[in-house]
Write a protein that binds this ligand. Structure first.
Ligand SMILES: [Zn+2]
Length: 435
């Protein structure tokens, strides 16, 4: 008999969350709206699905110290695991945002009675991508929804949610596990060597879900190339990554499948890109002198590579669209084309955020060592020799200023300041430029 993995006892490093939700279920205290708040990749969606499975399960169990957990074997549990339960809907952004027409469709669906289950469950992932009008529209639905409807909103922080929505929600907080916890979990679950567990944790930038994805795929070779090669390697790997996704997209046989596939680059990780980015950041921080022209040349090349990567990925959907034009009205084609373009552009924006996160983690680790912390606290434990070298050179005040600079640059990117300028300015300030 097959059993599903979608249950609390299979969640990693979120015991408090599992106990909180399991306890409210067993006491029959189900809130109408939950806000699952925490950093990305801490298990918010798997937990939302495990909770939905518990609510709909035919035979919940008391197991592993939990008051109640989904059985994992009934039809309802299996359908939730396969994302095909008719009464559990996951609403994801259509392009960058969750748009008002998606929320309106949700309003119609929430007015119905559950088909097979006891509850109608809507998971909004992530709810911090609701825009002003879709958030207001959601509030009306929350106010009017019948008692068998449960909403689970997933968000990075409570501040990203309308206060009027927040005040109606039960908040479930997801803590970010420590790098050492991630490493030992990976080592145990996948029988990885300590060294490989450290590489997965480091390339995943300390996020559990990303590290798990990496542990499940093959690990890239980590090279120790010099600066001269590492920035070209990084730029070339952006191109390789685009080709990798084009091959994935080539199997799309319908527009629905194209939409599903176009969301993958933002959700899944292509390990060679992560490795080359890590290497680029390392060389940048370790370089003694860079040509003065480097920041501007690199920033321009980076943006240019990302743009061409997105264009090439989008082009791989063209044959499908040409075919679909015969069957669908022009307005539908235009809408879908726009949504795919928006998803691929979100990937490009994500690359810049990830680059900054990688730099930030190098600096944070260096600061930890400079402050005398134990090396097991390092996120980049696999690069501890480099971190120790950097910590011996840079003083604490400088490191704090660098961390602030990277955080400020991330803020500018979020406010849509021209990316090439942000990156150029950042590298000018952190790179040791030749006088
Ligand atoms: Zn079940």
């Amino acid at each position: 008999m097959s059993t599903s993995k979608v249950c609390f006892r299979n969640l990693l490093l979120q015991d408090t969350v599992a106990r909180q939700l399991s306890h409210s279920f067993s006491r029959g205290r189900i809130a109408q709206t939950y806000l699952f708040a925490g950093s990305e990749s801490t298990g918010r969606l798997p937990s939302a699905k495990a909770f939905a499975a518990l609510l709909q399960c035919a035979e919940p169990l008391a197991v592993d110290g939990l008051a109640a957990d989904a059985c994992g074997a009934c039809e309802s549990c299996l359908r939730i695991a396969a994302d095909s339960h008719p009464d559990v809907t996951i609403v994801r952004p259509d392009g960058y945002e969750i748009r008002i027409d998606q929320v309106r469709a949700l309003q119609d669906a929430a007015a119905l009675k559950p088909g097979t289950g006891r509850w109608l469950i809507f998971i909004l992932d992530p709810a911090d991508r609701l825009n002003q009008s879709s958030a207001n529209s959601l509030l009306k639905i929350l106010e009017e929804a019948p008692s068998h409807v449960v909403f689970i909103l997933i968000a990075r922080e409570t501040g990203a949610i309308l206060p009027t929505v927040l005040s109606r929600s039960e908040i479930v907080r997801f803590a970010s596990p420590a790098p050492s916890e991630i490493r030992s979990t990976l080592a145990e679950k996948y029988s990885l060597s300590a060294e490989n567990a450290a590489i997965c944790c480091s390339l995943g930038e300390g996020r559990l879900g990303h590290a798990l994805l990496l542990a499940e795929s093959s690990l890239p070779e980590i090279s120790n190339s010099g600066l001269k090669y590492s920035h070209t390697d990084y730029l070339n790997t952006i191109e390789t990554t685009s080709r990798h996704w084009q091959e994935v997209f080539a199997v799309a046989s319908s527009l629905e499948e194209a939409m599903r596939l176009a969301a993958l680059p933002c959700r899944e990780f292509y390990a060679p890109l992560l490795a080359s980015r890590k290497e680029f950041c390392r060389s940048l921080l370790m370089s003694v002198a860079l040509p003065v022209s480097f920041p501007i040349i690199f920033a321009d090349m980076l943006i240019d590579r990302l743009d061409s990567a997105v264009r090439a990925m989008q082009k791989s959907f063209e044959p499908l669209f040409a075919e679909a034009k015969k069957a669908y009205p022009a307005a539908v084609i235009k809408d879908l084309d726009g949504a795919i373009s928006s998803m691929l552009n979100a990937w490009s924006g994500q690359q810049l955020e990830e680059l900054l996160l990688c730099l930030l983690n190098w600096y944070s680790d260096t600061l930890k060592i400079a402050c005398g912390a134990d090396e097991t606290l390092l996120l980049n434990l696999d690069r501890k020799e480099d971190i120790i070298t950097l910590a011996a050179v840079d003083d604490i005040t400088l490191l704090r200023a660098r961390i602030e600079l990277v955080e400020k640059s991330a803020g500018l990117l979020r406010r849509h300041v021209q990316p090439a300028l942000v990156i150029e300015n950042l590298i000018t300030q952190i790179g040791g430029l030749e006088p």
